[in-house]
Design a protein around this ligand. Sequence first.
Ligand code: ADP
Ligand code: GN1
Ligand code: MG
Length: 370
Amino acid sequence: MAQAEQTLHEVLEAFDFGAPVVGAIRYGCGHINDTFVVHTQPENACCRRFILQRMSAAAFKHPDQLMENIIGVTEFLGREIEKHSGDRSREAMEVIRPKNGADYYTDSQGGAWRLYPFVEGTVCHQTADTPELFAASGRAFGRFQQLLADYPADTLYETIPHFHDTEDRLAKFKAAVAADKLGRAAGCQPEIDFVLAREKDCSVALDALRAGKLPLRVTHNDTKLNNVLMDDKTGEGICIIDLDTVMPGLVLYDFGDSIRFGANHSAEDETDLSKVNLDVDLFSAYTAAFLEGTGGSLSNTEIEYLPWGAKLMTLECGMRFLTDYLEGDTYFHISREGQNLDRCRTQFKLVADMEERWSELEAIVNRYRK
Ligand code: ADP
Ligand code: GN1
Ligand code: MG
């Protein structure tokens, strides 16, 4: 698809911002959508900001279904937050419809765009610099999961089929290696072997689901630290964003994806692997806070499987980066050549660390068994 900037002007005309638009620039560090912050200047008032996004056509084949999910989930969350005397405008996202009244705007090139108010007074972090910060994100994601506990799961579309189906991700990875479209496989044989040595692991969570040991819940499925906005004064997690992948899933996916991204002190695409290390103290802080956020609702078996969530989400994500590298970087946005291979390498380094410190991770989660 063409650069989002090509239709930006047309898209800005399609929404009513309630005041003149004075600028729209790229924003954030997401890997999937094209995100812009729009500045408007109301008369006699401060600048009001909005988040305008073109949804990724590579990731989402049915923007209509995606937006139906998001509108359903944000309205439900809004009601739950009000019931708990929260501030709906800060704690839940809100979709602003285009002038034509549809759920989103389709531009002349087929791009699908949506608009949200910018949640002010918040910060979005790319790394968890302190255990307190990471814990705050854990409480927010745990609470999010609790708030959605009664959401009618059967009304949710599967926006990305088999999103955390690690067996399916493995099959797609193997197909990409076999096709080797760009002749890149020879340059990443150690990484390919790393995955193949862990084929059996890819079935651990799914086996437990099939055996009825783990329940399906409504989960976020993309719980990176930069998908929660933190209050800029109190440091508490205020608003969970990036709701594209809210679907039925296992709670260990949400726990695990946060650990994957946040329980270390390096960037996801760090090239110096000596800097990429699992921080067990951060793991511990997140575990306590996440379980607090879920209000003690997880079963002992779910708690037992949390370390598997961390390992599987990290292995799966590494596999996805590697698959995309082999296929020519068509899914995850890149800003330099080889970035997806670098991202894959950091994930596999973290998986190796988790394996090495497995008994420590198990001991931490076992403290919370009832
Ligand atoms: P992606 O799927 O590409 O990650 P996100 O929906 O996570 O897209 O948005 C990318 C970034 O934009 C976020 O990490 C955050 O910094 C910022 N952002 C998104 N929505 C809002 C919002 N409503 N208010 C403030 N910042 C936001
Ligand atoms: C993507 O959308 P974003 O940047 O928050 C991806 C996640 C990956 C993550 C890796 C819809 O998250 O699944 O874990 O990149 N989102 C989608 O950083 O594929
Ligand atoms: Mg995001």
